[in-house]
Design a protein around this ligand. Sequence first.
Ligand code: ADP
Ligand code: MG
Length: 334
Amino acid sequence: MELKEIGEFGFIKRFANKFDEFIADDEMGIGDDCAILPIDDKECYVVSTDLLVEDVHFKRNEIDSSELGHKSLAVNLSDIAAMGAAPRFSFLSIAVPDSMSVESLDQFMVGYHALSKKYGVPLMGGDTTKSPDKLIINVAVVGQGKRDDMRLRSMAEEGDVICVSGHLGESAAGLKFVLEHHRRDDLALYMIAKHHCPEPRITEGLWLASQKGVNAMMDISDGVASDLLHILEASNKAAILHVDKIPASKQLQKLCQQKQWSEHVFTMAGGEDYELLFTVKASAFKQISEDFMMQFNKPLFAIGSVLQGDPKIEWQDKGQVVLRDDKGFNHFES
Ligand code: ADP
Ligand code: MG
């Protein structure tokens, strides 16, 4: 049997619960953006690790080495943000092919160091080895927070408003330019930069976790549709998502108009935005959205609501139920 037959999550399910018997009640292992390791009654560490493989997650001739260094750390910091914790330390393991120069490796570390410095997260260790062909990067990050502040995927409640912390789809549009041959004007370069240099929402995550009305939280790495399903499965809830409320930036709207591309394919199914996806108690939503605007000078976007029921998403467009397939929405296909 090949892995693609059961998928990444199918594989994880085959072994995940075998470890539960030696995980303490107040610890949390596989299944959320980070593991939770209590320090004392009040504080905990959170830990996340992510792997980036050349030609699976990036094209080495497309991304600047310094951007790759930034992105390798950023995707891990995003998982720390998704718990509502502050990043503390990182570890970097790297398998380097002969075709990668020391100058490129130095540049990689320039990007890694700059983002580390921005959030005060020192690199504390790792491993370096050679690789026969492809560049392989693994980063692990340790964060810290108050145990009561940690926001799990399992915390969504009936009636919650589903929110995102920013525009979606730009990274996926950038990826399209990386993978396909389209002319690269300024708009294209802007999208590619979004794909190569995501900004982890650390300050937003910390602030949201300090708000009592914020329930479940995760980061959007695979696309809002599939990531929301993780929240619904962990919380055993259903949801309505409003296609017309998923936020696309002015730049993405302009690009899609110019190219006659479907905006929704990028915003809904595209991954690697690294915005936060979270649910807010309905009665707290107005206050939290106003305070979010005051704090960050940008809106949060309400895109749906949590319902009682089996984990699935009902899609609506301007109040009408619409059907979605792998390529997007059947009436949006270009
Ligand atoms: P994320 O996108 O937030 O990084 P993933 O979807 O990659 O999370 O992983 C889902 C969960 O499965 C996480 O809790 C992760 O730690 C766990 N996981 C993934 N692969 C493995 C593995 N090989 N061994 C143990 N746990 C894993
Ligand atoms: Mg995540």
